[in-house]
Structure formats: structure tokens, C-alpha cells
Design a binder for this molecule. Structure first.
Ligand SMILES: *Cc1c(COP(=O)(O)O)cnc(C)c1O
Length: 370
């Protein structure tokens, strides 16, 4: 056996996304102790950078040492107790996972279903909160990566708050790619992932809780059943020099990488990053249209960073993906769930939302499907 040397792929699937050389460099810097004062100072900066990315002043804004799925679980397991009702909006794979999390915590999920490829319907949510005013929270996915649809998080939050329900939001694919304003939209518990529009290595989940969410955790009747994800224990871990208590060993080098990727985002500026994603999407769309390839989602609700498109009739979708990978070192995503075998998902996330990537993808697709 020898060292594993991966090829240089261009990653244009639903994540992980292409990582910039600066972030990879940050990852390979010397490991220091996770209780070293210099590391703690870096974590304090990381919190500030995360607050910027989330557009929040929430004191509890951290990176969970686990992937986006753990961020989802952390929100549900901390905020929901046995017997509590949660309205879960489901318009794709990730909404369904939220429902499973609620039920595994002993919660009662009230599901509001929308078609795959459609955004969450504000009208249906309005009916659900009226029918179940005793629900404690509303949970939804801002950017549904399984279908490429963007929901109106601000409108959904307004409806939830009209009945004093907590707002739990999956922002795994939206953070850094499209506007996400945690404080302005009054979202209570928001989680994301490092490997989508932040273009960092996989395995971390940025997470932020409002004071209302923290109050809910503090008033729990029973301790959170997951020790690792119990955020009341993690609070001390992220509370800066002198106050830092050991909870678990931080993934030191991964946090260097996240710090670097967030610094790049801050240097570019959020607005410009959102615009770069929108422009890249426009450019990809024009090229795909010329190839006769149609989008799954209506133009108004399309995610720029995740383009779900129908596989043209008569084309073997898996064979195309295999050829792109083997002949062009290019990865695009397959359809998930209801869209398996029928769609491709082309990601334009973070560092990957670039002209070179779009040109490569369009050229390769053109050669392979003709
Ligand atoms: C990718 C993704 C997740 C899961 O994140 P992992 O890092 O793969 O665990 C959750 N929700 C959405 C919307 C995602 O796109």
C-alpha cells in the first residue's frame, strides 16, 4: 500500500465543492493544542467571521465539530422535548430528514408537504400554524439541495412567529450563496455546512442560536438525550480564553481551514459573493439552454448554486456522469429521491462558482451527450 494521492477533480455536484488553494494550505499548517491560547484566539475570530456570514449578533454562533447533518440533529435534539409538536415543511430530501429527527426525539411532526422542485408554500404553512397553535417550532429547509428550490425564509419565519413558534432553518446550501439574514428575518436556530458555498473541507457545521432558542434550551424539563450534541455543554467550550473548558478535541486543522474560507468570504463581501453565484448561474443557464437542457425548478425559485436539470430523453444519465468523471475529471451530482435517474444536479458553490468551471462543464456535457 502507498499514500493515497487523489486526482484533481472539478467538483460541480451538490457538495463538497471546489476548495481554493489558500484553504487547503491553511489545512496543512502545524497542528497546535486545542486549548492553546493562540488557538482559542483563532476560535474567537472564527465566531466573529461566522456572525458576519450568518448576519447575526447571536452570542451563540459556533462551528459544530461534525457535518451539516449533525447541525440538523443538534437543532432538533436541543430545542424539542418529548411530546412537543413541530411543524415540518417538506419539499425534498432534507425536509424529510428533519421530520425523522423530530420523531426520533419523541416530538410530534406535523408535516406540510410541497411538490419536489417547489418552494415551501407560505399559504400552507399559515393554515398549519392556525390548525396547530400548540406547536413549539416550525422547521424548514431554506435551500433544498435535492431539488434546487429556494424558499422564502423571511415570510415563513413571520408566519411561525405570529404564533410564537421557534424558527428552525436548514441553511446548509444557502449560507454564502444566496442572501441569508438571521437577525433581520428573526430565525432562531440555523445550521449550515462547511463544504457547500463556504468551499471548505467537509465535516463542520456552522450553527447559530438566538436568545429565544437558548432560553428554550435552558428551560428544558429533561437533559438533551445526546451528550455530544447537547449545546449547553458546548457553550463553555466556545466561550473564549480563560473560560474554555474541555468538551471534546476540536478538529484543529479543519477549523484553520474554515477560518480561512470565511476570511475569503469576508474579503470578497457577502453581497458580491451572492452576485457572483447569481452571475455564474445565469451563464450556466444560457449554455444549458443552448444544449436543450431544461431546469426542474421554476425560474423564480431557482437556486443559483444548485442547478437541478432534467436529463434529455434517450440519455443514460449514469453513463454521462461516469464519462464526465473519467474523461474530464468533472463531478456533477445525480438526482436524489423522486428525481433519481431523471435529473442531474450541477453545483456552482463557493470557489466553484467560476467561469472556468462553467466553460468546462458545458463543453464536456456537449461532447458527451452528442
Ligand atoms: C448537504 C446538506 C445537508 C447535510 O450536510 P452534510 O454535511 O452532508 O451532513 C443537510 N441539508 C442540506 C440542505 C444539504 O444540502
Amino acid at each position: 500500500m502507498r499514500s493515497f494521492i487523489p486526482p484533481h477533480r472539478t467538483l460541480m455536484g451538490p457538495g463538497p465543492s471546489d476548495i481554493s488553494p489558500q484553504v487547503l494550505q491553511a489545512l496543512s499548517r502545524p497542528t497546535i493544542g486545542h486549548l492553546d491560547p493562540l488557538f482559542i484566539r483563532m476560535m474567537d475570530e472564527l465566531k466573529l467571521l461566522l456572525k458576519y456570514a450568518f448576519q447575526t449578533e447571536n452570542e451563540f454562533t459556533i462551528a459544530l465539530s461534525a457535518p451539516g447533518s449533525a447541525g440538523m440533529e443538534a437543532c432538533i435534539v436541543n430545542l424539542i422535548e418529548v411530546g412537543e409538536k413541530v411543524i415540518v415543511c417538506r419539499n425534498g430530501v432534507f425536509g424529510e430528514r428533519m421530520r425523522q429527527n423530530v420523531e426520533r426525539c419523541g416530538g410530534i411532526a406535523i408535516v406540510v408537504d410541497d411538490e419536489w422542485g417547489s418552494p415551501v408554500s407560505a399559504h400552507k404553512l399559515q393554515n398549519a400554524v392556525e390548525e396547530h397553535p400548540d406547536a413549539v417550532a416550525v422547521a424548514f429547509v431554506h435551500a433544498e439541495t435535492s431539488t434546487g428550490a429556494l424558499s422564502d425564509a423571511e415570510a415563513l419565519s413571520t408566519i411561525a412567529r405570529s404564533k410564537d413558534m421557534l424558527v428552525i432553518v436548514d441553511a446548509v446550501t444557502s449560507l454564502g450563496g444566496v442572501p441569508l439574514k438571521v437577525d433581520e428575518w428573526k430565525l432562531d436556530a440555523v445550521y449550515s455546512g462547511s463544504q457547500k458555498c463556504l468551499s471548505c473541507t467537509p465535516g463542520l457545521s456552522p450553527l447559530t442560536f438566538s436568545s429565544k432558542a437558548i432560553a428554550k434550551i435552558e428551560s428544558r424539563q429533561y437533559p438533551v438525550q445526546s451528550w455530544f450534541l447537547d449545546q449547553s455543554l458546548v457553550l463553555g467550550y466556545w466561550s473564549g480564553e480563560g473560560k474554555r473548558a474541555y468538551h471534546h478535541t476540536a478538529p484543529v486543522n479543519s477549523l484553520y481551514a474554515l477560518h480561512e474560507s470565511l476570511l475569503l468570504l469576508k474579503e470578497e463581501g457577502l453581497e458580491l459573493a451572492w452576485k457572483r453565484h447569481a452571475d455564474a448561474h445565469q451563464q450556466l443557464k444560457e449554455g444549458l439552454t443552448q444544449l436543450g437542457i431544461d431546469f426542474v425548478v421554476d425560474e423564480k425559485y431557482r437556486l443559483p448554486q444548485l442547478n437541478a436539470v432534467y436529463v434529455p430523453t434517450g440519455i443514460d444519465e449514469a453513463l454521462v456522469r461516469q464519462r464526465l468523471l473519467n474523461e474530464y475529471n468533472l463531478e456533477i451530482g445525480a438526482g436524489l429521491g423522486e428525481l433519481a435517474g431523471k435529473a442531474w444536479r450541477i453545483g456552482l458553490m463557493g470557489y466553484g462558482a467560476r467561469k472556468e468551471n462553467i466553460a468546462l462543464c458545458l463543453q464536456a456535457l456537449k461532447e458527451v451527450i452528442n
